[in-house]
Design a binder for this molecule. Structure first.
Ligand code: A4P
Ligand code: MG
Length: 189
């Protein structure tokens, strides 16, 4: 493939789609319901199918102001959206769930982050993939490993090796509740 064609394909997202992994977090309102609604909205996008969900973890807040505990989870999607278009979908879901941005790392009804997109590296002003703080955060890595077993970062580092560097892991506890994966509609990618 020519360099130009490859650049265009990468910009648009492949016609056959790609696997991507999203991290979801909520610490305001009905946190479990916020996660479920976010998953349903992601799957409702005509170019994106939710293919798997992790357990739901209660996690101690990292950074930011004094705030309540989070529920975090990870979602595996198959999408025909490019990384940039997937970030737009993430922002649409955040807005639909009433997220108001007040301060960095502050409390939120929902945060939807792109953790991994295939094995791509994205380095743009408004989007970095893998998520730049992924390897520092057990609340993101623990659920991600559940839906991406055996996965590596684009530099070849295993996710499990990255998590081992954070051990002992504290403040990340599975709560025993599960978010439902929407039924396949037949028309999804
Ligand atoms: N952005 C760049 N790369 C990405 C990406 N891969 N995915 C940009 C999503 N967004 C990405 O994010 C700010 C900007 O990051 C976006 O506009 C996008 O262009 P934001 O969601 O508006 O603000 P934020 O989430 O407060 O900032 P940031 O830096 O993304 O925070 P983090 O790193 O996501 O951390 N503690 C626990 N226990 N659980 C949590 O989920 N989350 C945070 C937020 C802090 N502490 C937490 C948790
Ligand atoms: Mg964010």
């Amino acid at each position: 493939m020519s360099g130009l064609l490859r650049a265009i394909t990468e910009r648009l997202g492949g016609p056959r789609g790609e696997w991507a992994f999203l991290g979801l977090g909520s610490n305001v309102g009905d946190r479990l319901d916020n996660l479920q609604r976010a998953v349903d909205l992601l799957d409702g996008d005509e170019r994106t199918r939710v293919d798997g969900v992790s357990s739901v973890y209660e996690t101690e807040p990292v950074g930011g102001p004094e705030q309540g505990p989070y529920l975090n989870m990870a979602v595996r999607v198959h999408t025909r959206r490019s990384p940039g278009a997937l970030l737009e979908l993430a922002a649409t879901v955040e807005t639909a769930l009433g997220r108001v941005r007040r301060e960095r790392w502050g409390p939120r009804t929902i945060d939807v982050d792109i953790l991994l997109y295939g094995d791509r590296l994205v380095s743009e002003p408004d989007l970095q993939v893998p998520h730049p703080r992924l390897t520092e955060r057990a609340f993101a890595l623990v659920p991600l490993i559940e839906v991406a077993p055996g996965a590596t970062l684009p530099d070849g580092t295993r996710l499990t090796a990255a998590l081992a560097r954070l051990s002992p892991v504290e403040g990340v506890t599975a709560i025993g509740a599960q978010v439902r994966v929407p039924e396949p509609s037949g028309g999804a990618p």
